[in-house]
Design a protein around this ligand. Structure first.
Ligand code: FAD
Length: 484
């Protein structure tokens, strides 16, 4: 039989369940990636993620050729709506079945349902496999048979249930002879960015190597320092985290490979690895929240929180623009937003700080911030982003309690004590003494003068006064007090 493997957010050949199953079941296997215009048409014409995918596909194409041992054995790349491209290609190749991975984002579910129906009408099958998380959907349920909505019991169940089989590799090498050359009409190389209608977005200037080789390079580097993770992970000036999130987003590395390594190290008493595994479990947790409660995309997980009245109107719009552009007057918040705008990455501690600032200092709807992150983050992932925003705004399952409001100055003093991160992203404040750097409006006039800082000119006055904003937030959240 003939199989067609549809690559989406799994751009690797190592440990690839759909490719593994197709190669085991079919005599002939083709591989395809669709630059899906249903997604691309919504993006700005320069987007780091498109650049990341394009570069990673070139490597995937090469890996498939090497695996098949044939120059013509690479990846078929299409550019159009996946809803029609996949059924059309399956028909043209006379494929008996399409093999791909589960994707539980609502738009992906709708797309896959449509593709599946079109394939069925052509008397073809669509086989989907789990890949993006270790446990998914309803695989882990409470004793009452409901999905977990609190992280710690979820994590305990995850750790109890995980075993070698669940973390096992899906080898493709032994079965690679089933990979066949592409028909002549599908032999085009991976299209360039220009051919896709996109301009370069500066990915090459970032320290974000692409493809499986880039992911492995980052992972190897991280393994040298994973034992420091628990102590270093909260300080944005340090090289603490793995920087693997974009690779996890596009599947250039397998989550099983990462979890297997972290689990093994954690079992040997490596506290850093245990802490990192905890974050990988958070990732699974938010995937299953999205799968089981898809309404979170539009609404608060806790319905009472939809009664909150957020600020609206021209002043709210202006404050939102200042937040997006890193002009709030709070250096840590602004430095974080500059990091996001310049690199497409933001450190986890800072995501929490800026999200708290947007919702609880500016009183703006978390969905505004969520949308901005979705546009800017290289690692944007609906489940994790929505989970993170609902955590920060207190509307989520197992969220920060509404009355816990980060103080942006004390967060700065605690997590960027030497001001190294702030100085990197706000050079105009670089010469302020560290004590003044966290709250320049409290600096002595002489300190400002010597550092060349003129508030309101070289750096903004704070948009809001935190203590007053905090009281407004407590009043705003009074509507949810009963709901906790
Ligand atoms: P590491 O610390 O090395 O963590 C390893 C991996 O674990 C990450 O790559 C990620 O896949 C996963 N992970 C870590 N923390 C979390 C978490 N809290 N929730 C879910 N998964 C986690 N992460 C995204 O991948 N995409 C997003 O769109 C996203 N949006 C966020 C928005 C907000 C408001 C917040 C507070 C967090 C968000 N996160 C998101 C989670 C987290 O900030 C990033 O995963 C992390 O900063 C990525 O850096 P890293 O790979 O170096 O992380």
């Amino acid at each position: 039989s003939i199989g067609l493997v549809w690559f989406r957010r799994d751009l690797r050949v190592q440990d690839h369940p759909a490719l593994h199953h197709a190669l085991c079941q079919c005599a002939q296997v083709h591989c395809v990636f669709v630059f899906d215009t249903d997604i691309l048409d919504t993006l700005p014409r320069a987007d780091r993620r498109v650049e990341f995918i394009q570069a990673s596909l070139r490597e995937l194409d090469q890996q498939l050729r090497t695996l098949s041992g044939q120059a013509a054995g690479g990846l078929i790349v299409r550019h159009g709506s996946a809803r029609t491209e996949i059924p059309a290609l399956a028909q043209a190749l006379e494929a008996d079945a399409v093999f791909t991975h589960h994707d539980d984002e609502p738009a992906a579910l709708a797309r896959d349902a449509e593709v599946r129906t079109a394939l069925i009408l052509q008397r073809r099958a669509m086989h989907t496999f789990q890949d993006h998380s270790i446990f998914e959907r309803t695989e882990l349920l409470t004793q009452g048979g409901t999905p977990y909505t609190v992280f710690t019991p979820y994590k305990n169940a995850w750790l109890r249930r995980v075993d070698a089989a669940r973390l096992a590799d899906h080898p493709v090498q032994p079965y690679a002879q089933a990979l066949v050359p592409r028909p002549a009409s599908y032999c085009q190389p991976v299209p360039s960015l220009a051919e896709l209608g996109f301009a370069p977005a500066g990915l090459a200037q970032l320290r974000l190597p692409t493809g499986s080789s880039g992911a492995q390079q980052l992972f190897d580097d991280f393994l040298q320092r994973i034992h420091h993770y628990a102590t270093a992970r909260d300080f944005p000036a340090l090289k603490g985290p793995s920087y693997l999130s974009t690779h996890l987003r596009f599947g250039t590395i397998s989550i099983r490979q990462l979890a297997r390594t972290a689990h093994a190290l954690a079992s040997q008493g490596n506290a850093g690895a245990a802490s990192w595994l905890n974050e990988l479990i958070w990732r699974d947790f938010y995937f299953q929240i999205l799968a089981n409660y898809p309404q979170v995309v539009q609404r608060s997980f806790k319905p009472a929180y939809d009664a909150i009245e957020w600020e609206t109107g021209p002043q709210a719009q202006a404050q939102f623009a200042a937040w997006c552009q890193g002009r709030t007057g709070y250096p840590l918040v602004d430095a974080a937003m500059h990091q996001l705008n310049q690199t497409g990455y933001m450190h986890n501690r800072l995501r929490m700080v800026v999200a708290s600032f947007l919702t609880k200092d500016l009183g703006l709807d978390w969905r505004w911030g969520e949308r901005y992150f979705a546009q800017q983050l290289n690692d944007f992932d609906l489940a994790a982003n929505n989970g993170g925003w609902q955590w920060a705004s207190s509307s989520g399952c197992d969220a920060q309690p509404y009355f816990r409001i980060f103080n942006p100055v004390s967060q700065s003093q605690k997590f960027d004590p030497d001001g190294k991160f702030i100085r990197r992203y706000i050079p105009q404040l670089a010469h302020l003494p560290t004590a003044a750097l966290h709250a320049p409006w409290l600096a002595r006039p002489l300190e400002l003068e010597q550092a060349g800082v003129v508030l309101g000119h070289t750096y903004p006055w704070p948009l809001v006064q935190h203590d007053a904003a905090r009281l407004r937030t407590l009043a705003r959240y009074a509507v949810v007090k009963a709901a906790g």
